[in-house]
Design a protein around this ligand. Structure first.
Ligand code: FE
Length: 440
């Protein structure tokens, strides 16, 4: 028979073991959280997606109501973050404000048990979002040079206050998140500077050719509109945008005396003009597009191919032409026939539609034409009259928003129109025929 001191000893050992087990379980949960976060963040290069992923994971891992990643905008000296609440998609404030501002400056970890009792707390965001902050855990995000470039802020632990263990976990997450954020940021910067380079190239070309000024930009807008209606994924939308901006870049290889000739081109001259498509492809092949954009040269160079194989430069047929190339072909033709006579009335809308329809199935992919006709009239006017945005009445655009090109064609063809239909037709035609412009 054991005495009572042995029993007490045993009890205390059991308790110890239970405590250890709890600790181990907790540790396991935390390691699991880290593993999940590491996995979900790796390879995410889109900054916005990345930030939302981080915020969601941290909130879960720390049993908190909210997590925000604030990044420093050095130019404006502001902290900013993406938010998914309310109408605004971004919050910004001066970089020295609130707890976040304090952590940014000091590089300290700040764990607060009652926000409204802390003089550093900035209640403005609560006021804006209608939220009530209780507990806050804020941590600096450090770059490779050990400089603070942002802060992690976790709000309102679901039970109790943030513990030292929470701090430990959050700093481990912060290390993973920091490098992922920096990768995404530098990718974002590269993407932006590459795009502005492409855009400048496109504009340079557009200004050289005063007869078709704005052509590349309008073709890009039409193509993007069709792409959206066809629900292309973001990567294909990017390809489409680059290819559209640069589709006629090969025209730098066509002598000006032919390009700007105001009389009919001879057959020989026309053959020279036609070379531009091939030149476009060759020039673009020399640009180092990344894997995502690798089809840009092919697509841009195929904007004069026709579905039935009678186009140029390679007489591609049907499925040999990439979808984005088919979209460009329609966008290019539509702009050419609606903008040819710059300061005169445009070609009759009926004639335009008739040309498109008669070439559907031979030149154009029927499904692309089908989608194009669902472009809404407000967008159509904005693109047709691109560059004259300040002269377009926003109230008119609002009225056009609910009608598509398909519906407009129907309205124009029928007798006995309703008052609404008459109004829509009149508004559209006033802009289409450029009757609103003072420079006609
Ligand atoms: Fe062309």
């Amino acid at each position: 028979m054991k005495n009572s001191s042995d029993v007490t000893e045993l009890q205390s050992q059991v308790e110890k073991l239970q405590q250890e087990t709890r600790k181990l379980l907790l540790e396991k949960r935390r390691l699991n959280a880290l593993l999940i976060i590491t996995r979900s963040l790796s390879g995410e290069l889109d900054l916005e997606n990345l930030l939302f992923k981080i915020m969601g994971q941290v909130q879960k891992a720390l049993h908190a109501e909210r997590c925000t990643v604030f990044l420093l905008d050095e130019l404006k000296n502001e902290l900013w973050s993406k938010v998914a609440i309310g109408i605004e998609d971004e919050i910004r404030f001066p970089a020295d404000k609130g707890i976040a501002g304090y952590v940014l400056k000091s590089g300290e970890v700040v764990n607060i048990h009652d926000a409204y009792k802390d003089s550093r707390f900035n209640p403005e965001i609560d006021k804006k979002t209608g939220y009530r902050t209780r507990t806050i855990l804020t941590l600096p995000l450090l770059n490779k040079q050990n400089e603070v470039f942002g802060v992690f802020q976790v709000l309102n632990k679901k039970e109790g206050i943030f513990t030292p263990a929470d701090e430990k976990l959050l700093s481990a997450i912060a290390m993973i998140a920091s490098s992922a954020i920096q990768n995404a940021q530098s990718y974002d910067e590269q993407k932006k500077s590459f795009f502005s380079f492409i855009e400048t190239l496109s504009t340079t070309l557009d200004t050289r050719d005063y007869i078709t000024a704005g052509h590349a930009r309008r073709v890009t807008l039409y193509a993007q509109e069709i792409g959206r209606l066809m629900k292309l994924d973001p990567a294909r939308m990017d390809v489409l945008r680059y290819a559209a901006l640069l589709h006629d870049i090969g025209k730098i290889g066509v002598p000006e005396m032919i390009l700007f000739k105001d009389r009919k081109l001879t057959n020989e001259e026309y053959e020279i003009v036609k070379r531009h498509a091939k030149i476009t492809k060759n020039i673009l092949k020399k640009i180092n597009f990344n894997k995502r954009l690798k089809d840009v040269p092919e697509i841009a160079g195929s904007h004069h191919e026709r579905l039935d194989g009678t186009g140029y430069p390679e007489q591609l047929k049907g499925e040999q032409i990439l979808l984005e190339g088919k979209i460009l072909a329609l966008a290019d033709t539509f702009d050419a026939i609606t903008s040819r006579r710059q300061f005169l009335d445009r070609m009759d809308l009926e004639k335009v539609i008739q040309i498109i329809d008669s070439e559907t199935g031979t030149s154009f992919e029927p499904y692309v034409v089908y989608n194009f006709k669902y472009i809404t009239l407000d967008r159509l006017i904005q693109i047709l009259e691109h560059g004259h945005a300040s002269e377009i009445n926003p109230e008119d655009l609002k009225k056009l928003i609910d009608y598509t090109l398909r519906e407009l064609v129907e309205i124009r063809g029928k007798s006995g129109k309703s008052d609404d239909e008459l109004e829509i037709e009149n508004i559209f035609m006033r802009y289409y025929l450029r009757q609103y412009r003072t420079d006609r």
